[in-house]
Design a protein around this ligand. Structure first.
Ligand SMILES: [Zn+2]
Length: 382
């Protein structure tokens, strides 16, 4: 879901109508139902289209306080790399990469189809050096770890305003990238960049760019319309299920799609080495892309809502005397840290808060609804 990925050559090998169906199983902030976005004409930006769609789907699921905080933060961006609305800013990390090649690896995880070893593809998960912001982390890091790092930073009270903005800008993009099957897999072909493909009605190109842009374009020529249609097809049950598990799991889910469909359904190359894709392949790919964009949008909203940006003072005017974290928007509850490995969640102030190897931030009522248990049996809001 980017412009054709410029991967370094030397990368280590490594639905139904939701209508008014019950949403009682979904967290209070998740506005299910077909509240269609207003449809305004917009040019389809090649390569950026997938990210715009993800951002627009996410926007639908944001709480009003999160949306206000996100917009206020983005308005402070002075890089000029993209417009500062959320849909445009979702491509900011691709523009940033042009001047910061050290961030190129952060856009994907080259899990090899032959072994499925995501840990090797993540370079063994090197930790951030002490006191190093995620935006200044080492070049050898995969998208899974960067999503984890920036999610923590976005929600951490001690993060500086400048770094929090960077965390937001990277997350707006990376959560989308993580869902592109060819940003989650590799078959010794640089994520499909080394394979030439053709299909009926589509100009010949690289397999990677077909999944980044050509199949997205087949969903429709206007990103607002496509996003509205996808939102209308997301059921409450789907949205609830998609919000479980971790970015690592989401990446492995995308990897499975790559294994089954992207590479699994690839025909043998013709005599000139080009893979001529059938109508069936294109049809399956369109369905996969629609599903992945939808998942990414719902999960991006979860990540942003979970950071409780308003509580962190992200919308406080300059000079505000309210210390960050001093207020909590009504109804949003306590932000807890869920250790997704053990199923136990930790309250703010705990030594484990934000500090277990695997985990996510979410509101306490989300955690309870998801079946997670409070550490020591003591709830945080009590
Ligand atoms: Zn990217």
């Amino acid at each position: 879901m980017t412009a054709p990925e410029s991967r370094p050559q030397a990368v280590p090998t490594k639905s139904s109508d939701p209508g008014l169906q019950s949403c009682h199983r979904v967290r209070h902030w998740l506005a299910c139902g077909a509240l269609l976005l207003s449809i305004a004409p917009s040019a389809f930006a090649w390569g950026d289209g997938g990210h715009r769609i993800v951002a627009k789907i996410a926007d639908h699921y944001l709480t009003s306080s999160t949306r206000a905080a996100v917009n206020a933060m983005l308005a402070n961006d002075s890089t000029g790399l993209t417009a500062t609305d959320m849909a445009s800013a979702a491509s900011w990390a691709d523009r940033y990469r042009n001047k910061h090649p050290e961030t190129a690896n952060w856009h994907f995880v080259d899990t090899e189809i032959s072994d499925g070893d995501i840990d090797a593809a993540c370079f063994g998960h090197p930790p951030l050096p002490l006191n190093t912001p995620a935006s200044a982390g080492p070049a050898t890091a995969c998208v899974v770890d960067k999503v984890d790092q920036f999610t923590k930073e976005l929600a951490a009270p001690q993060t500086t305003d400048a770094e929090r903005l960077l965390a937001l800008q990277f997350l707006l993009h990376f959560v989308g990238d993580l869902h592109q099957p060819l940003h989650a897999s590799d078959s010794s072909d640089r994520g499909g960049n080394d394979k030439l493909v053709s299909a009926p009605g589509i100009a010949p190109g690289k397999l990677h760019s077909y999944w980044d842009t050509a199949f997205v374009k087949r969903l429709g020529s206007d990103t607002n319309t496509v996003a509205s249609q996808l939102i209308g097809n997301i059921t409450c049950d789907q949205a609830a299920i998609w919000q479980t598990r971790t970015p690592r799991d989401w990446s492995l889910e995308a990897f499975d799609i790559a294994k089954q469909d992207v590479y699994g359904k690839l025909p043998a190359p013709n005599s000139s080495g080009t893979y001529a894709l059938s109508d069936d392949y294109v049809s399956t790919a369109q369905q996969d892309v629609a599903l992945q964009l939808s998942r990414a949008g719902v999960r991006l909203a979860m990540v942003l809502n979970g950071a409780n940006l308003k509580m962190l003072g992200a919308t406080s005017p300059p000079g505000s005397t309210n210390p960050p974290g001093s207020t909590s928007p009504p109804g949003d509850g306590v932000l807890v840290w869920v250790n997704t490995k053990t199923g136990v969640y930790h309250c703010p102030g705990s030594a484990y808060y934000g500090n277990t190897q695997q985990g996510v931030y979410m509101y306490e009522d989300q955690a309870k609804a998801g079946g997670y248990r409070p550490a020591g049996g003591k709830t945080c809001s009590a």
